[in-house]
Structures are given as structure tokens and as C-alpha cells.
Design a protein around this ligand. Structure first.
Ligand SMILES: [Zn+2]
Ligand SMILES: [Zn+2]
Length: 365
């Protein structure tokens, strides 16, 4: 990168251009040179120090989830404040911060009604970064409504320690919270990818005394056990529904968390649920999802089915970081691979194909 004439020549000012991962077309994400965005009154410019790739970004890459060509993707920013809009209060340039994957405005009717993820009354309206506005797989990102969305990182927490907060930890924990897990509950969690693993940690924190996890990967099942699962079921080795019913003496579980987004896992969640139990769904489904009436008890089972998008905003991020700060969870083992931003295309290749036991990749500009 050469800088012949810096836009703002003052010391420490951001450069004029930056490297960024851009969605070009399905199956094509490229590293491009893009202008560093200029800051509007309510924005903050964040210099990214660490970010990561999400399963949702892989859906974008494959063309399953449409975004506009030319969009910078990524929604998990960890960095430093590089510039602040005139209306942003309570922060300083140079402060280490994160922002959530969901960046609510904090002022619209849905935000004020407590459903920040659906900001603006639009479906998934709170998910802006790397969806409807440029994202953070770049050297810099603009954080909208910065007063509502920036959260200082406690000094002794490293970037990698807080890297799961913007999305994976927030979403996984929300699966446990939306399930209204009670002390003493038996909980089943289907799929132990990064979000499912965080749901396992969340279920433990919520007071579940027995956590049963299902996955097809021995390394993910081992990780789940190290993070608090009591029983790990490999669906290649046994039928998970039968195994869970046997393990609960035919009673079923109080809460089943779906963390994949397939007909099979959704249906299995229903089939292991006790009458009156809650199915907390985190998966992103495609095609068609059908409700088998026998598993649904023909609608007479007092079941609750609840869906949750990731939660965002600065108070959510503060709470999640407080869990890490007080050592009640340590999600560092989820970061299995590291790449510089220059090699992000390679990181996508590894992550999208789940090679080499990858869970999450840390990307550093
Ligand atoms: Zn995500
Ligand atoms: Zn809003």
C-alpha cells in the first residue's frame, strides 16, 4: 500500500485506503484495496486488530445468502477506535473496543421494545455489518450508532479472548437464555460447532445439571466435554434420539437447543423434548422445514418453540466480556487457526471445508 497524499495529515490519522475482503460473486471473495470510510456524526471508525469468519459468511460465499456484490463482509470486530463522529459520546480515540455482530440503533420502536436484533422493524434489521453495510474483514470498519454499540475491552483480556463475543458467544448463550433453562434442567444440544459449543457453555452457566450434546465429529464432542457437557453422543455411532431417551429414562429433556439448521436436527430436538419442554432454535434453515405431528404431539404437548437471532448492543457485549473477565468461561480453545488478513481467501477455504479440525480462525490485519 502506497500513500502519496494522506487525506488527513495529522499524526495517527487513518490512511486513505485499506485492504478488505469483498464479496464479488458466489464462490468469489477477494482481498481488494478500498477507501477507508469517512465518519458520519453517529459513527465510529474502528481499526481492526482481530476478526474472524462466521458460518454465515460461508453461506454468503456460496451464494446461499444474498448480499450485494462489492460488499465488504465480516461481522465480528475487535479493534481500536481510530475516529469518532461528532455526536458519539463516552469514548476516546485509541480505546480498545468490540462491537456486536448486531448493531442496533437503540432508538427505533423495535429497539425500544427490546428486540434489538430486528432493529428498524425489519427482519434481521440489527444485522448490518457485512450484510447491509460494509463489514469488518478489513483494516477498518465503520460502526454505526457507535454510542449504542462500542464496548471497551477490559485491559487484561486479549483480542482472542473476546473474539467470540460479537457473534458466536452471544448467539450460543442466547440459545440457552431463550430456552429459559432452570437450575437442575436436563438439556440436549444438537450440533457442536462454535455456536453449539457456546450454547453448551451457556447452558452450564444457566444452571443445567445435565447437558447432553450430539455431533458427528469426535474432536468437537471432546471439546464439548471439556467445556461442560456430561454426555457426548456421536450420531455416526448411535441414534441420538434413542440414546437421549434412554439416558433420561424415557422422560426426555427439559430444553433442546438446535444449533445447526436442518430438518433432521430440528425434528430430533422435538422428539427428545419432554411434554412442556422448550425447543430453542439457533440454526439458519434453508428450503423447507416441516413439523412432524407425532413429534409435535399434534399440538397438545405444551411445547414452546422459540427462535433467536444473535443479540447485540454495548450492554450485551459488556455482559459477555464480564463472563470472560471473571473466568466463568474461557472460549480461547475455539480459536484453532490464525491467518493474516492478506491470506483471508486461504482462511475461507480452510473454514468452509472444515479442514484440519478448524473451529474458528483469527484474522489479523
Ligand atoms: Zn455470524
Ligand atoms: Zn433500532
Amino acid at each position: 500500500m502506497t500513500l502519496a497524499a494522506p487525506e488527513r495529515p495529522s499524526a495517527g490519522a487513518p490512511p486513505r485506503t485499506m485492504k478488505a475482503a469483498v464479496f464479488v460473486a458466489p464462490a468469489r471473495i477477494e482481498l481488494q484495496e478500498r477507501p477507508v470510510p469517512s465518519v458520519g456524526p453517529r459513527d465510529a471508525l474502528m481499526r481492526i486488530t482481530t476478526t474472524t469468519i462466521c458460518g454465515t459468511d460461508v453461506h454468503i460465499l456460496k451464494g446461499d445468502y444474498p448480499v450485494r456484490a462489492g460488499l465488504i463482509i465480516g461481522h465480528e470486530p475487535v479493534g481500536v477506535i481510530a475516529a469518532l463522529g461528532a455526536a458519539v459520546t463516552g469514548f476516546e480515540i485509541g480505546q480498545r473496543v468490540i462491537a456486536g455482530a448486531i448493531t442496533p440503533c437503540g432508538q427505533c420502536y423495535t429497539c425500544l421494545d427490546g428486540t434489538h436484533s430486528q432493529c428498524g422493524g425489519k427482519l434481521m434489521g440489527g444485522w448490518k455489518l457485512g450484510n447491509t453495510i460494509d463489514g469488518c474483514q478489513a483494516e477498518y470498519v465503520l460502526i454505526p450508532d457507535a454510542t449504542a454499540n462500542l464496548t471497551p475491552i477490559p485491559d487484561h483480556l486479549t483480542d482472542e479472548q473476546v473474539l467470540m463475543c460479537p457473534d458466536i458467544m452471544s448467539t450460543g448463550f442466547a440459545g440457552a437464555e431463550s430456552g429459559h433453562i432452570r437450575i437442575g434442567d436436563v438439556v440436549a444440544i444438537f450440533a457442536q460447532g462454535p455456536i453449539g459449543l457456546c450454547a453448551t457453555v451457556g447452558a452450564k452457566l444457566m444452571g443445567a445439571t445435565r447437558i447432553i450434546v450430539v455431533d458427528g465429529s469426535p474432536s468437537r464432542l471432546a471439546m464439548a466435554k471439556s467445556l461442560g457437557a456430561d454426555l457426548a453422543i456421536d450420531f455416526h455411532a448411535e441414534d441420538p434420539v434413542a440414546a437421549i431417551m434412554a439416558a433420561t429414562d424415557g422422560r426426555g429433556v427439559d430444553v433442546a437447543i438446535e444449533a445447526l439448521g436442518t430438518q433432521g436436527t430440528f425434528e430430533s430436538c422435538l422428539r427428545v423434548l419432554r411434554p412442556g419442554g422448550t425447543l430453542s432454535s439457533l440454526g439458519v434453515y434453508s428450503g423447507k422445514l416441516t413439523l412432524p405431528l407425532d413429534a409435535f404431539a399434534a399440538g397438545l404437548g405444551d411445547h414452546t418453540i422459540i427462535t433467536t437471532l444473535c443479540r447485540g448492543g454495548k450492554e450485551r457485549m459488556r455482559r459477555l466480556m464480564s463472563v470472560l473477565e471473571t473466568s466463568q468461561a474461557d472460549l480461547r480453545p475455539l480459536v484453532t487457526h490464525r491467518f493474516p488478513l492478506d491470506r483471508i481467501v486461504e482462511a475461507y477455504e480452510l473454514f468452509a471445508n472444515q479442514r484440519d479440525g478448524v473451529l474458528k480462525v483469527a484474522i489479523t490485519p
